[in-house]
Design a protein around this ligand. Structure first.
Ligand code: DDH
Length: 290
């Protein structure tokens, strides 16, 4: 892979699109796992403690790197390494978030606002940011609406934003060797759409009888599909369900809301100083300086 000029993020987007096609991996695309990488890199942010978030690319270090919630994301990180190696000026934290939004767009989804300027922590900086229970902040698919509101409330998301973000499960699949769950949510898992919401509203879901963790299953157009307990919670909870119905009926509204919510997700905890770089600001916040 050849280098692109420092600061040429359109060039980086092109390189991401160039490596998305991965014959032999899942559905032939690294797109879904790039989206999950951007989400898990960002989704451990806490408004209260002001730790976590995409800045720093903490998933390169324990405890995030060994958090069972992040199992399998090394595939995404490895797919991106050639881009990193060719462009040493680029931070992992900018690349991971940029790869996520580039993949969403390339799979037919909306354009998501993205700003560069994230910095990568050193081991010591990552340790400082990793205090507290940072590695247990991601959602547990076995739980229900209260848990979802608690996890996303900690990041500052409303019901509307939570349901919009959940529509990302139109992409990709569960892998038994990563999460224990198995299967895809929609018929075409490499196309961004509002299919997830349409399927959630159909009366087709039955508990799957198997030795694995409790999940739901249905067969649609000859394809076996799945839902997690947390997915079904979005239609079992009447306030979440209002948004599931709106997004199932109006893909444009879903795309618009998703773009705003995902744009907010990847900015959580990223406070740039006036030079445009994020690390200095977070460091001074940690040291209690203004
Ligand atoms: Fe998710 N997700 N996710 N998810 N997610 C999994 C896969 C993918 C939960 C659990 C799982 C979001 C929300 C939730 C994506 C994006 C997003 C898997 C399977 C589990 C389990 C992992 C594996 O076995 O490989 C739970 C619980 C929640 C919740 O909200 C309660 C959000 C908000 C997003 C987002 O991007 C905004 C994507 C994409 C995948 C597919 C990954 C892949 O490799 O394919």
């Amino acid at each position: 892979m050849s280098a692109v000029k420092e600061g040429n993020f359109d060039g980086i987007r092109e390189q991401v699109r160039g490596i998305m096609k991965q014959p032999g991996y899942d559905d032939g695309s690294a797109g879904p796992v790039f989206v999950r990488l951007a989400w898990h890199a960002s989704g451990n942010f806490s408004l209260v403690e002001h730790t976590g978030g995409s800045n720093g690319a903490g998933m390169r270090f324990p405890p995030e790197s060994v958090d069972p919630a992040n199992a399998g994301l090394h595939h995404a990180i490895s797919f991106l390494l050639p881009i990193q190696a060719a462009n040493p000026w680029l931070t992992h934290s900018d690349l991971w978030t940029l790869a996520g939004i580039t993949a969403i767009e390339a799979m037919g989804g909306p354009k998501i606002p993205w700003e560069p300027g994230r910095t990568d922590y050193s081991t010591a900086e990552a340790a400082a940011d990793h205090r507290g229970d940072i590695s247990s902040r991601l959602p547990d698919g076995a739980l229900g609406a209260d848990h979802i509101r608690e996890v996303f409330g900690r990041m500052g998301f409303s019901d509307r934003e939570i349901v919009a973000l959940s529509g990302a499960h139109a992409l990709g699949r569960c892998h038994e060797d990563r999460s224990g769950y198995e299967g895809q949510w929609v018929v075409n898992p490499i196309r961004f759409s509002n299919q997830y919401f349409k399927l959630l509203l159909r009366d087709i879901w039955k508990p799957r009888e198997w030795d694995g963790p409790f999940q739901y299953e249905a067969t649609v157009a000859g394809t076996k599909l799945m839902m997690l307990p947390t997915d079904m919670a979005l239609v079992q909870d009447s306030e979440f369900k209002v948004w599931v119905e709106k997004y199932a009926a109006d893909q444009d509204l879903f795309f618009k809301d998703f773009a705003m919510a995902f744009g907010k997700l990847i900015e959580l905890g990223v406070e740039r100083d006036d030079t445009g770089f994020a690390q200095l600001v977070k460091k001074s916040a940690r040291e209690g300086k203004p």
